[in-house]
Design a protein around this ligand. Structure first.
Ligand code: NAD
Length: 484
């Protein structure tokens, strides 16, 4: 199957923070891959802008080094890299000063799509937005892209929205949640709304519960000090996992249109019930014989920040009342895996009596590794030994099913950056969505802070703290295994 490449209009993309980690690891490599994919017009321009005192050649050398480090050698060649680098220039700029702004104003064209990627600390967003206008660089045709974290609570997210709104309309603001750019996550919508099979069963009458797992094997390592200020709930739950939950729980939008989709997601967030303390388990990894504990990694011996969290979340609406969503995410777990599992109810009556081997149907959607879907179904165990049942997977690996194209599933950032150029906000979070998510998260955090709750220790390489098992056992359920 050959994927179609739909060219985008020509553009000027300014990467503020163009020398930073995100630009090197994700933004520049994604642009290169789209370039090789034939999607970048000949006269499109990419302008790095950051504090470092570099010239164009110096920035191209930095970009080239980033491609060497982050693009698989099989997918890059000197000739393509050279042609790609010809699109790139650089302006040394200070978001808080005046240096560089006149030069940038001279470079950015008014007649093409303009995108400004704010790949800098959120404290600089206001300065950038204000100067882009004062220097008559940005206009009504401009788009800005902002990264996570979008605030650390409702008040700060609200302030950030207000700062951006004083310079740009909501239709110009692209808040990135890179989970939404993952192919499998978009596939959730295709699976639900392009097939007749699942939707009739997609409700509390037929779904027993949903499990969403995002497990990592790494610790907080070098990011300890940053991570310690956020913890798993701010780093993963309020944004990425909330988005996954919304895509599973939302009603069918009337059309695949940015506001139609985002309206439906917002309704889900508003329908979330407050989470009571017995439905929250927080954990912190402890030291192993040759590996540091969380508090050592965070360099904060008294830290009560969670590196693991599991929650039971209830959606109070007609579709989902009575079907819990169990969310868990953590560092230093036994495998690196992200999965959504829709666990269906039992058949209403077993004609096989107590036939051995019966298990519930599960639709498991794997985000990583090996993106794909598995539907477990019951069949008769082969052989003459009577009617015994066994579970078999209807397994679809997207990479295999889509052949050559599937082996090259694009990075989330490729899709998202091209959507910015196309002016399509469907896969970006709207300001009210982000605030609603914080409005639900804030009382959870305030609750454990007021109670002085401490996270439970768990072993590196385990599935998390014991108490998290109880969260489901108590409800007569069990977690799926964390396995690659
Ligand atoms: P970084 O510290 O590696 O880079 C910061 C960049 O900002 C540098 O290019 C620096 O020159 C520039 N900068 C700093 N002060 C400036 C100023 N006054 N004027 C102009 N430029 C200035 O940061 P990063 O890891 O690339 O992260 C950038 C943004 O992306 C942050 O908001 C971060 O939260 C977000 N983010 C990063 C990652 C990641 O994996 N690195 C992931 C998700 C979100």
């Amino acid at each position: 199957m050959v994927s179609r490449v739909i060219p985008v209009e020509t553009f000027d993309l300014v990467i503020f923070g163009g020398t930073g980690d995100l630009a090197k690891r994700k933004i520049l490599p994604s642009l290169y891959r789209r370039f090789v994919g034939g999607q970048i017009p000949d006269d499109a321009r990419i302008i790095g802008a950051a504090r470092a005192d570099l010239d164009d050649a110096g920035y191209r050398a930095l970009a080239e080094a980033a491609l060497t480090e982050f693009i698989d050698p099989a997918r890059r060649d000197t000739e393509s890299v050279g042609r790609f680098l010809a699109h790139i220039s650089y302006v040394a700029i200070d978001a808080r000063g005046e240096g560089g702004w006149a030069k940038l104003a001279g470079l950015v064209r008014k007649t093409v799509v303009q995108a400004f990627y704010f790949s800098v600390a959120p404290t600089l967003f206001g300065d950038l937005a204000e100067r882009l206008h004062r220097h008559h660089i940005a206009g009504r045709q401009s788009r800005i892209v902002v990264e996570k974290p979008f605030g650390r609570d409702l008040a700060s997210a609200h302030d950030l929205n207000a700062t951006l709104a004083s310079h740009f309309a909501e239709s110009q603001i692209y808040r990135i949640d890179h989970y939404l750019g993952k192919e499998t996550v978009q596939n959730l919508m295709a699976v639900r709304f392009a097939n007749i099979l699942f939707e009739p069963l997609w409700n509390a009458r037929h779904v027993d519960h949903v499990q969403i797992t995002v497990a990592e094997t790494v610790g907080v390592g070098g990011r300890g000090a940053y991570y310690d200020q956020s913890g798993a709930i701010r780093d993963m739950v309020q944004n990425h996992m909330m988005q996954l939950l919304c895509l599973i729980a939302m009603e069918a939008p009337y059309k695949f249109d940015p506001d139609a989709v985002r309206d439906e997601k917002l309704k889900v967030i508003r329908a979330l019930e407050p989470v009571s303390p017995e439905n929250i388990v927080r954990g912190q990894y402890r030291a192993a014989k040759d590996a540091p504990s969380y508090v050592q990694d965070a360099e904060n011996p008294a830290s009560t920040t969670e590196s693991y969290i599991a929650l039971r979340v209830d959606v109070a609406n007609w579709r989902w009342k009575g079907t819990p969503f169990y969310l868990r995410t953590g560092k230093k777990l036994r495998a690196r895996t992200s999965e959504i599992a829709i666990v269906f109810k039992e058949v209403p009556h077993s004609i096989f009596g107590d036939a051995e081997g019966w298990r519930e149907n599960v639709l498991a959607i794997r985000l990583q590794p090996n993106e794909g879907m598995t539907l477990s179904v019951m069949i008769k165990e082969p052989g003459p030994g009577g009617m015994r049942l066994t579970e078999v997977p209807l397994d679809m690996s997207f990479a295999e099913a889509l052949g050559e194209d599937g082996a090259d599933i694009p990075d989330a950032y490729e899709r998202l950056i091209m959507d910015v150029i196309r002016g399509n906000q469907t896969l970006f979070m709207r300001g009210d969505e982000v605030e609603a998510a914080w409005a639900w998260t804030d009382p959870i955090i305030a609750g454990w802070e007021a109670r002085g709750d401490k996270p439970k220790p768990y072993d590196a390489g385990s599935s998390g703290p014991e108490d998290a098992l109880m969260l489901l056992h108590r409800d007569g359920r069990r977690w799926r295994e964390i396995a690659e």
